[in-house]
Design a binder for this molecule. Structure first.
Ligand SMILES: NC(=O)c1ccc[n+]([C@@H]2O[C@H](COP(=O)([O-])OP(=O)(O)OC[C@H]3O[C@@H](n4cnc5c(N)ncnc54)[C@H](O)[C@@H]3O)[C@@H](O)[C@H]2O)c1
Length: 304
């Protein structure tokens, strides 16, 4: 069993990951700006270098999830994103280096690719972010690979597109699925950019959690290496199909309003995750119908 530190363990992915790590018998300490009553949590800022030196020690692995995540916000406030996502990551890595914590498994993003030249995207395809958020994730990857090479650490970066599932609560909620559910439920307009034929890779939360647990095994089997892996369903879904499925599950018609397409919004975004299958033994198992059903059940149960 491993001694685990999770940063960002009070967020959407963090809640699910901490729960799964505890269920698997690991000891878990969470570092976040917000509480998570389900796990031993230290309220601290990852940018506080002195504090990270105190908190990140006596551990086998850090799962680094803490970040600013809204791409649109990053366009308005790039410096904030650099401070938290890049400098914050250095502060965590420095504490690990100084306190001999060897393994760093972290949330990268498929935003590192920007507008792909082809789909499905492979890990070694061009990385050319189109917003500061994606840039910070690419910089994080470069930081980690340099720490792995310089200090004999182990690093695993996981790249995915659109996570969804129960307990997703971002402020503001810019992510499509929880936003659509709320808009359909309250009878508001469901806002869609373009004609709804855009295909996106919606990946269910527990599948991504599973990949994090499997990454622990990979770190043990292949230490002192840097791995970067796509996590994908390999099956993109049209946005309008998602809305149709939600209408059926919720028994309510969506009042869809189409807005002009956003520049730099490719028609199809999907990655190829055969490398993750090969090195982790991982595949996304949850079909979109099943994942949406569980997600809708959760959100409807919150409203009663
Ligand atoms: N949600 C997605 O669709 C998606 C897709 C690709 C990658 N990711 C990445 O996965 C990770 C988790 O995403 P999420 O959806 O759970 O996000 P989230 O916003 O729900 O969780 C992030 C957590 O990090 C914490 N945090 C932010 N700044 C911090 C700081 N300075 N110090 C300490 N804690 C801080 C927040 O309080 C929050 O609890 C992020 O790194 C994100 O970039 C998410």
């Amino acid at each position: 069993m491993a001694r685990v530190i999770v940063t960002g363990g009070s967020g959407f992915l963090g809640h699910h990951l901490c729960r799964a790590l505890l269920a698997a018998g690991h000891t878990v300490k969470n570092i976040d700006l917000r509480p998570n009553p389900e796990v031993d949590t230290v309220i601290a800022d990852i940018c506080d270098t002195e504090r990270m030196l105190v908190e990140i020690r006596d551990a086998d692995v850090v799962f680094h999830l803490a970040a600013l995540i809204e791409a649109g916000e990053s366009v308005k406030f790039p410096q904030k994103f650099v401070d938290v996502n890049i400098s914050g990551t250095v502060s965590v890595l420095e504490a690990m280096r100084q306190n001999q914590v060897p393994t760093f498994i972290f949330s990268s993003s498929a935003a590192v690719y920007g507008e792909p030249l082809r789909v499905p995207i492979l890990e070694d395809d061009r990385t050319l972010p189109i917003n500061p958020y994606g840039m910070t994730k690419l910089a994080m990857e470069a930081l980690v690979s340099s720490y792995v090479a310089s200090y004999k650490m182990t690093g695993i970066g996981l790249r995915y597109f659109n996570l969804y599932g129960p307990e997703e609560h971002h402020q503001p909620e810019s992510h499509a699925i929880p936003r659509f559910i709320e808009q359909i439920q309250s009878g508001q307009e469901v806002t869609v950019w373009g004609n709804g034929q855009h295909q996106r890779d919606f990946i269910y939360i527990t599948d991504v959690v599973e990949a994090h647990l499997q990454s622990l095994n990979l770190a043990q089997q292949q230490p002192q290496k840097y791995h970067y892996l796509n996590l994908s369903t390999n099956h993109p879904t049209e946005v309008r199909q998602v809305i149709q499925m939600l209408e059926q599950l919720m028994g309510k018609k969506a009042n869809v309003r189409n807005f002009p397409e956003r520049p730099g919004d490719p028609l199809v975004l999907v990655a190829d995750s055969s490398k993750a299958t090969q090195v982790l033994g991982w595949t996304a198992r949850t079909q979109i119908e099943e994942g949406l059903k569980k997600t809708v059940e959760y959100f409807l149960s919150k409203q009663t």
